[in-house]
Design a protein around this ligand. Sequence first.
Ligand code: UD1
Ligand code: PEP
Length: 420
Amino acid sequence: MDKIIINGQKSLSGEVNISTAKNAVLPIMVASILTDDEVIINKAPMLEDVYVLGKILRSLNVDVIIDKETGKILIDNNYNMGIEANGNLVRKMRASSLLMGPILAKKGRFRISLPGGCNIGTRPIDLHLKGLTALGADINIGHGYVEARTKGLIGSKIYLDYPSVGATENIMMASVLAKGDTIIENAAEEPEIEDLADFLIAMGAKIYGAGTDRIIVSGVNYLTGVEYTPIYDRIEAGTFMIAAAITHSKIKINGINESNLKPVIAKLAEAGVMMEIEGESIIVDGRDTLLPVDIKTLPYPGFPTDMQSQMMSLLSTIKGTSIITETIFENRFMCVAELKRMGSNIKIEGRTATIQGVENLTGAEVRATDLRAGAALILAALAAKGESVISGVKHIDRGYVEIEKKLQGLGVDIRREMES
Ligand SMILES: CC(=O)N[C@H]1[C@@H](OP(=O)(O)OP(=O)(O)OC[C@H]2O[C@@H](n3ccc(=O)[nH]c3=O)[C@H](O)[C@@H]2O)O[C@H](CO)[C@@H](O)[C@@H]1O
Ligand SMILES: C=C(OP(=O)(O)O)C(=O)O
């Protein structure tokens, strides 16, 4: 198992380039099977999740070429795509549940292994299935699999009990080829949903209102091939913003969209971090004394759950009391036990964490239990006195492109020890 080793308390300087978003590219890769033509995705982030999804699509008999040098992905569904992807691969990643909508729309049926829980929560798919049922799918669940059939999807009005990102994406992808209009109410508003809609629109889909809580999809008969570049990763950008804040440094981050980062910018500003936007770049200056803040995670445009663990590390180093309330995933405080090993003073009660900032974190041997917990440990290690050794790096590699190289470029003393 790879390990990341960091010698902390170095000041950061220089610039870092943000990659395109994992959470945009995964649904876009899946949506590519909705056309019989070739799709080209440019500047894709070269991440473990992208490679695994590539394998999942190949197991459906879809041609997928991932060029690691250029970041170009070619996807061609070959006209003879299957209806069931390899179960072992599907169970490896949550985002594989997004295959349901497109396979159903293209083939009229699918069989998929239930994705199961993961470290951050149980993550049911009831809302995905409710939406597909409303569009005319007959769904059966048994022996760990979901099977669905339809005689033809028909547009419908669907109210989501919760604005689930994945359910909104699945319903949108299923309904683009349905007969008539679909209205998704209480839809998720995340920027990655708007990006998926832009991708589908570029293929010929008719989608209105993506990025709001009411999305209207008018079904079309077919979609065409397209060349597309996904949006920047707002969570990667937010993670580097915290890297500047936690080390009291000033750095420039290239590849951001200010409006997508609003909730993160607002909270860091409240904590006393100075920020200046220059087009698609942000200069982050954390050299002033920082103040404690309270955070509650919420669906977009609220504060993103995917930034919660990283904020936990930052607030651990800020004098005073901060409170974090996690409302999205029931098990997203797993980094806390590890942060405590580094000297953090955090108390958990249900979904609330009370953080008393400490003078100094200290380097320790810690383990990443999920992607953002891993990012939080890296950030804590940047601020900690002495050496930290982080294991469980496979989680971090799911969502951060060459994180140690990007941090090295900012002057961090960081190295990876590969599994021998
Ligand atoms: C690949 C991708 O884009 N992943 C993101 C996506 O995950 P994902 O799409 O899985 O997140 P959802 O928005 O669906 O989940 C939010 C909440 O809704 C619940 N829920 C969801 C679906 C359902 O059918 N029933 C149900 O109860 C979940 O358990 C969770 O408590 O959005 C999350 C919330 O912003 C992010 O943390 C993930 O990084
Ligand atoms: C939870 C995350 O991703 P996924 O939905 O792919 O597990 C994340 O990106 O923090």
